[in-house]
Design a binder for this molecule. Structure first.
Ligand code: CO8
Length: 256
């Protein structure tokens, strides 16, 4: 097994493209506090690095990301939850000044789906599956899912997914507007890099102005994110959520 003291986010940079790789595959890249802190620190550095024009976010292992680390959250009290910035990872990714391409495969769940929603282009492998299963834990999204998913796929499909945990195939997600392009699983990394290199040929100033302009296409987002954050924190007062997390950690319950 991999040593948890090793970096949880790998970085490589060349030709104006930085590739960030979630590297916690033994836990299906579940978003532990340590992982999101590393993600944030890398994003801050890449935002300031003028040699970087485009970022690719990808993941090691069978799945892109199984969402928030339920084991981490299961030990948290309500007081701790109210002091925790669950959208910490999204603060940097969601407002990152340069284009970000998500290259996703396998399960793209909960907080993992929220990472993809924060990116500018979503390249999906043909085996990708998208869902917000928080409701099956008696919880709700806490890193922007209630805000960015409806903006991507429309309110009605978003509510269907959020209220049932319904899974979308890559093709369904592409038709709904959550995915930009689908590629075969073995071509995912090379295609993401090729797309990033194509975009990185443009001037950095143009790319950042374009991105800043598109971010303004969603007025009211910050207010919605703040409301969602406190609503998610409130789940930590509710017994059904606390019990569902314990059941997951103790592998007591089959979950969809
Ligand atoms: N958290 C912690 N550990 C996880 C998680 C998770 N989300 N998902 C999987 N793991 C662990 C398992 O416990 C298991 O560990 P071990 O090998 O030590 O027993 C290992 O990863 C492999 O998992 P499985 O054996 O379950 O693998 P399967 O292939 O049988 O199943 C699934 C894969 C379907 C993805 C299944 O693991 C699953 O349902 N996972 C939980 C998915 C989920 O409910 N995600 C939503 C979490 S809530 C959320 O994301 C809210 C976001 C709030 C803000 C985020 C801020 C960071």
């Amino acid at each position: 097994m991999r040593n948890e003291t090793q970096p949880r986010v790998g970085i490589s940079t060349q030709s104006g493209v930085a590739v960030m790789t979630l590297a916690r595959p033994q836990n299906l890249n579940a978003l532990s506090r340590a992982l999101t802190d590393e993600l944030d620190a890398n994003l801050l550095r890449l935002a300031a690095d003028e040699t970087v024009r485009v970022v690719v976010l990808q993941a090691d292992g069978k799945h892109f990301c199984a969402g928030a680390d339920i084991a981490d959250m299961s030990t948290m009290t309500y007081d701790e939850a109210t002091r925790t910035d669950f959208i910490g990872c999204s603060r940097e990714l969601g407002r990152f000044p340069k284009p970000v391409i998500a290259a996703v495969h396998g399960m793209v769940l909960g907080g993992g789906c929220e990472l993809a929603e924060m990116c500018d282009i979503v390249l999906a492998a043909d085996d990708a599956v998208f869902a917000h299963p928080e409701v099956t834990l008696n919880a709700m999204p806490g890193a922007g899912g209630t805000q960015r998913l409806p903006r991507a796929v429309g309110r009605h499909l978003a509510m269907d997914m959020l209220l049932t945990g319904r899974r979308l195939s890559a093709e369904e997600a592409r038709q709904a507007g959550l995915v930009s392009r689908i590629v075969s699983r073995d071509q995912l990394r090379s295609q993401a890099l090729a797309l990033a290199e194509e975009i990185a040929q443009r001037p950095l100033g143009l790319l950042t102005r374009m991105k800043q302009s598109v971010l303004r296409a969603h007025p009211g987002l910050d207010e919605g994110l703040a409301f969602e954050a406190s609503s998610f924190q409130a789940c930590f007062q509710e017994e059904p959520f606390l019990q569902a997390m314990q059941a997951f950690v103790k592998k007591q319950e089959a979950r969809r």
